[in-house]
Design a protein around this ligand. Structure first.
Ligand SMILES: Nc1nc2c(ncn2[C@@H]2O[C@@H]3COP(=O)(O)O[C@H]4[C@@H](O)[C@H](n5cnc6c(=O)[nH]c(N)nc65)O[C@@H]4COP(=O)(O)O[C@H]3[C@H]2O)c(=O)[nH]1
Length: 510
């Protein structure tokens, strides 16, 4: 795996790196060759070709240009296939029609061609520039240009060649007739040639070898970081897990209560028990900080049993204030699909008369199940229902399986996810979905609780939709049992039905 990753990084790297390098090198080569041609043309422009052209001093000037440049072999002026003027090494009136490309007079601009230099019987590179009624033919040392191009390629660790009209003009003989790998072409904007850069198999392999060490180093570093990160995550997880074990022993997990109120009368009908960790160092901690680990490690089962035992004691107290007041406890669906755990719950309920009525168990629609697990969940729910438990489907609308859960299992209560309530104020589609959920709940004969009510507008909207119960910070935040008892007593004495929203908010503040 390590080797494969390193090779993949290597290939990716080489492909990216070589492409950029080749483009840069081809552009540099074009720049330098352009400079060569511009230099030649500048010097030629200084020669006066009018009237008595080709005097001895004109020929001397041509010879001086050749003398100054290592790449130029000969300069001739051509008219009607004949050399009409040349440097002093050349005779005039020589017919060179065999050497010139047949269609050369059709050209209107500069062009290059390779042909046999008749005098030296060697291949030469010719560069033709139109000049009034003549052509200037610059004969270049092909060996020199070949050497320059291949040396340039070698210095940039690649292969380079010059082409014109798709034909090889100059470069390394090795790549004359073969395609280069990962090829880049850069055209000269002023002169008739294109520079091609690329790799042959040998060079590409060398690039892979050169970069492989770096690729291995990178993969090694990434893996090391990954391992360190993972082990610190595991260590944190283990630490948190053992902290949770200790916290269960020390009874640091307690249930906070948040009232569920009647939408119309705003009387407290019941409360949801929400888990809190009274952490000795971190203070009061909400489930977001530990619930995933508690659930994944299975420790949530012990915590839930403790919360149910605590609920039994608290329910007995609440029954004295209001015997119709119910308590709702969070469980996970997999707990209820576990027959052993269901037996444990039933045994606690059997021993606590206060739990034999007014107990709601809620779980979210998010967990997924096989058909067997679903059947076990149904059995568990039925058994607990026989002991007075009623069922609520929590966070309805937050996932995709809410509707199928409603069809597969039976619930007495549907709790609408708070994201829906929040979005319904700005989004008309969500508002109509909320309306459909209410109709759906009616069809399945469920009571509906809207979660997360934070504003009076939300409370009014929910009430207008016929949603019977609400839960949210507008009415009260989750609080300790003792605080809940005193607030419930107050709420019992003073029905909040007649209070204006502002007064209601003031009561909640205190
Ligand atoms: N922004 C906003 N939030 C509001 C408002 N009203 C209530 N809430 C928060 O919304 C959550 C409602 O509980 P939930 O949907 O069952 O969602 C619960 C539940 O799924 C899970 N949970 C809590 N206690 C237990 C437990 O004992 N066992 C299990 N298995 N899960 C639990 O943790 C979740 C989060 O619990 P909490 O942090 O206590 O968060 C609670 C509550 O404090 C409001 O107006 N605005």
């Amino acid at each position: 795996m390590f080797i494969i990753l390193a090779l993949l990084v290597d290939i990716f790297w080489v492909v990216l790196d070589t492409e950029e390098k080749m483009e840069q090198s081809a552009s540099i080569a074009v720049e330098r060759m352009d400079a060569l041609f511009t230099g030649i043309e500048k010097k030629l422009a200084a020669i006066d070709t009018s009237n008595d052209f080709c005097t001895e001093s004109d020929r001397q000037a041509l010879e001086d240009i050749i003398y100054d440049s290592v790449s130029i072999k000969e300069i001739s002026f051509i008219r009607d296939n004949k050399i009409v003027c040349s440097d002093r090494s050349r005779q005039h009136n020589v017919d060179i029609s065999r050497e010139l490309p047949k269609n050369y007079s059709d050209f209107t601009g500069r062009f290059t061609y390779t042909a046999k230099d008749q005098r030296r019987n060697k291949n030469a590179l010719f560069y033709l520039i139109p000049a009034q009624d003549m052509w200037v033919r610059v004969s270049l040392h092909l060996d020199y240009i070949d050497f320059w191009v291949s040396d340039f390629g070698a210095r940039h660790s690649m292969k380079a060649k010059v082409i014109y009209n798709g034909n090889f003009v100059a470069g390394d003989a090795e790549v004359k007739n073969c395609d280069l790998l990962n090829l880049i072409e850069v055209d000269s904007q002023k002169y008739p040639y294109t520079v091609m850069t690329g790799y042959n198999g040998h060079l590409l392999l060398k690039a892979f070898k050169d970069q492989l060490l770096y690729a291995i180093l990178i993969i090694f570093l990434i893996s090391a970081l990954f391992v360190v990160g993972l082990s610190s995550l595991c260590r944190n997880r283990r630490t948190l897990e053992s902290e949770i074990v200790q916290a269960i022993k020390n009874n640091e997990f307690v249930g906070y209560l948040q009232p569920i109120v009647c939408s119309q009368t705003q009387q407290w009908r019941g409360a949801e028990i929400l888990l809190r960790w009274e952490h000795p160092h971190n203070g009061l901690t909400t489930p977001a900080e530990f619930i995933t680990i508690a659930e994944n490690s299975g420790l949530i089962n012990d915590i839930t049993l403790k919360l149910l035992a605590e609920a039994a004691r608290n329910k007995a107290v609440l029954d004295k204030i209001n015997p119709d007041h119910y308590l709702s406890l969070n469980v996970t669906a997999s707990m209820i699909a576990n027959p052993f755990f269901v037996r444990k719950l039933i045994s606690i309920i059997k021993h606590s008369p206060a739990l034999q009525h007014g107990i709601v168990l809620e779980f979210t629609e998010r967990e997924t199940f096989t058909d067997d697990q679903l059947a076990q969940l149904q059995t568990g729910m039925t058994k607990l229902r026989q002991h007075g438990v009623t069922w609520a489907l929590d966070d309805f609308g937050s996932g995709y399986s809410g509707l199928s859960r409603l069809q597969q299992l039976s619930f007495e209560v549907l709790k609408i996810d708070r994201a829906f309530v929040a979005a319904s104020s700005t989004d008309t589609i969500t508002h109509s979905i909320l309306d459909s959920i209410c109709n759906l709940a009616k069809r399945f004969d469920c009571d509906v609780i809207a979660e997360g009510i934070e504003t009076t507008e939300q409370a009014e909207r929910v009430n207008a939709l016929g949603i019977k119960y609400c839960q949210g910070y507008l009415f009260a935040k989750p609080m300790s049992f003792s605080k809940y008892v005193s607030k419930l007593k107050k709420a019992q004495r003073q029905p909040v039905l007649d209070l204006a929203p502002k007064e209601l908010e003031q009561i909640i503040e205190h």
